[in-house]
Every structure is written in C-alpha cells, then in structure tokens.
Design a protein around this ligand. Structure first.
Ligand code: ATP
Ligand code: MG
Ligand code: MG
Length: 362
C-alpha cells in the first residue's frame, strides 16, 4: 500500500519512518521552493512546479492509495483537486477550518467550545480600547500563514506602537488568557469512527515556539483528561475527521480553553515515539489506511526537548536521550530535531530535560 504525503518536512519524515517497518511505501509532494531534505531516501519525491495539474502530480507520485496533508498551510485548491482523485485524510474541509484562525474559532464556538475572546480586526483599530475589552496582553494574529508565533503581535497596556498589518491579509485579535499552563491533547479517529486519546501533555514555549513537552502532564485537576477528550471527540465527529488531530489548550481554573487545532501529528506528541505503546505517527497511518487503532497508553514518564537552531548535545551529556535529527541544514531558530527521554521516575526525567534545556539554550 502506498501513502502519498503532501509536504516534505519532519512530520512527513517521521510518518514514513513509522510506516516503513510494516511495509507501507511512501511518496512525497514538495511544494514549489520546499526543502525536501527531511524525506531524502524515504520514498518517491515529486517536486511541484507552478501550473502542474493534480492528475500529473498524482501519476508522478505513483498513484498512492491514500493521501495525507503534512501541515495545514497548503493551498486548498490543490488539496481539493487531489482529493477528487484519491481519498485524503484528514479531508480538505477539515484542513480548511484549521488553516484559518477565524473559521476555526467560529467553528469551535459554534460547537460550544471555549476559546480566548476574539474579534476580527483591521489596521484602523483602537488597540488600547480593544485590549481593555478583550483582555491584556492583546494578541493580534494573521488568520492564515501563522506558525511558531510568526505573523503575530503581543501588545501590552500602554503600548504606543501599532502592529504593521499587511493589506489583503485577514487578522483577528485575541484577549490574553492568564493560563496556569499550556497542555495539548493528541487525539486520533479511525475510518470506522473509533477514537483514541493520548494522555495530556504539558508544553513549554519560548518566544512562541515549543521548546519542551512533559508527558503525561502531572497534577491534572480531576476530570480534566475526560474534559479534553470530550472536546476533541466533539470536534472530530463534527468534521467526520480521520487521522490524528491535536488540540492546543490553556489550563485555567480547572477548565480548558482551546488555543488552536492542528489537523495533524504534532510536535507536542513526539514523546509518544519513546513513551507510549504506539506513537502518534503509527496511529495516524493506521487511521488513514483503514486499520484499527492501537494502544495510546503511556508506559513511562517522558520529556521531549526541541533542537531549535542547534546540534544535539554531545552524547556523554545525554546518554539516555533518543535523538531524532531531521536532516535539515542548520539555521538559527529552525526545528532541526528533538530529544526524547523516558523513565519510571518523573522527577528524574523532568530534571534531565531541564538540564538539557539549560545546556542547549543558555
Ligand atoms: P504553532 O502553530 O506553531 O503552535 P502559532 O503561530 O499558531 O503556533 P499560537 O499557538 O497561536 O501560534 O501562539 C503561540 C503561543 O503564544 C501559544 O502557545 C501561547 O504560549 C501564546 N499565546 C497565543 N495566544 C495566546 C492567548 N490568547 N493568551 C495567552 N497566550 C497566548
Ligand atoms: Mg498554529
Ligand atoms: Mg500554536
């Protein structure tokens, strides 16, 4: 069976690495200008040029049995044209919701799910008044093309500078959520409608980029895992979703607020490669190839540390860490790889992760 992945980044790489052992074959579609080094040697690579038809691309990819988008920021017209030729999971409709912040928030609120208070904005806004209304700090985010905190601004009470919004782009503003911590839920739904959920993960960001995840999240208020699962189930059922879906969450006074959705495997789920019965990549592949899902149970305590613009530390410094390197040229701030740690003693694992973060980034 052949899986066609649209996109060539580290998520495509790790999907392939999870599926090759059970005989799946892969082809990858690189968008114009995309760096395909993470998937080198893992299957057929097709590089798209402007004007290529969906039929030609699908043929060049070796007519995969199923297609899967690697990330949400892909041209919808391309996804829809390819979807006409072959099943695609998650569907272009699901991706369409998640690739546009306003659409996503309206969808979530329509299901009765909590998000930060938000409003559409344009360059003529009175930011101080809006911040007083929605809550400080005020986050202004472009509706599309935003990831790792790019294309967003954080305004404080009394800031006199206005964000430089580009004409022709849509933006929204969100009130700051005074969260206790950030969590995420990796959920998966099979093509038979069965669902499974990994334990909630605790996430630590630095300047809008995920740096470290701890799993399973410790000291969860009673019922919070179930609350998160019910939220994800509602979203996946409403979308008729197949595959892995991630909820990025804020924990606030015993409740969960959804920050955003990711219609894909997620950086905060990389710990599942070492710390759970079945990793997120395998379960995504199981879902999209009509196989039953496998156990999402955590078998130990885990930590994941991102390698952002840095090489892995010397092996003597982290003998127990599993290194995942994405085969990308080194660039400041870029996601180059990650380290997974796991063990039976959560404070030992967290301590090791903390030390690694200090070694890498101070
Ligand atoms: P990615 O897709 O890579 O996760 P992104 O560019 O879509 O990132 P967000 O997830 O919207 O960005 O924001 C990045 C981080 O900024 C969040 O994880 C959180 O730490 C902080 N943040 C964003 N919005 C809010 C908010 N309304 N209140 C408090 N913190 C926020
Ligand atoms: Mg995002
Ligand atoms: Mg985010």
């Amino acid at each position: 069976m052949k899986v066609g992945i649209i996109g060539c980044g580290q998520l495509a790489r790790m999907l392939a690495l999870a599926g090759l052992p059970w005989g799946l074959r892969f082809s990858f579609l690189a968008l114009p200008g995309e760096d395909a080094s993470p998937v080198e040697g893992l299957g057929t690579l097709v590089t798209m040029s402007e004007g290529d038809s969906a039929d030609a691309l699908y043929l060049a990819m070796g007519k995969p049995d199923v297609l899967t988008p690697e990330r949400e920021q892909l041209p919808l017209s391309l996804l829809r044209a390819l979807h006409r030729l072959e099943p695609m999971h998650p569907s272009p409709d699901a991706v369409a919701i998640c690739q546009h912040r306003k659409r996503e928030k309206a969808f979530l609120n329509g299901l009765g799910l909590a998000t930060a208070p938000w409003q559409s904005v344009d360059a003529k806004m009175d930011w101080q008044q809006l911040g007083n209304q929605l809550g400080w700090p005020l986050f202004i985010k472009s509706c599309e093309e935003g990831y790792d905190g790019k294309n967003q601004w954080r305004l404080k009470l009394g800031d006199t500078e206005s964000p430089q919004l580009q004409s022709g782009q849509e933006y929204l503003a969100e009130g700051g959520v005074a969260f206790e911590r950030e969590l995420s839920l990796i959920a998966v739904r099979s093509s038979f409608g069965r669902m499974a959920f990994y334990p909630l993960t605790e996430n630590h960001h630095h300047q809008g980029i995920l740096r470290c995840s701890l799993a399973p999240a410790a000291n969860l208020p009673r019922g919070m895992q179930q609350q998160a699962q019910q939220m994800a189930a509602k979203v996946m059922e409403a979308m008729g979703y197949v595959g892995v879906l991630t909820l990025e969450l804020f924990q606030l006074e015993g409740k969960l607020v959804i920050n955003e959705l990711a219609p894909r495997v997620h950086n905060s789920g990389h710990w599942t490669q070492s710390g759970s019965a079945t990793c997120q990549f395998e379960n995504h592949l199981r879902a999209i190839t009509d196989r039953p899902l496998a156990s999402t149970q955590a078998h130990s305590h885990s930590a994941m540390v991102n390698l952002l613009g840095v090489q892995p530390p010397r092996p003597e410094l982290c003998p127990d860490a599993k290194v995942h390197w994405y085969n990308k040229a080194l660039r400041a701030g870029r996601k180059q790889g990650h380290l997974n740690l796991s063990g039976n003693d959560s404070s030992a694992v967290h301590g090791q992760a903390q030390k690694l973060v200090e070694t890498l980034y101070s």
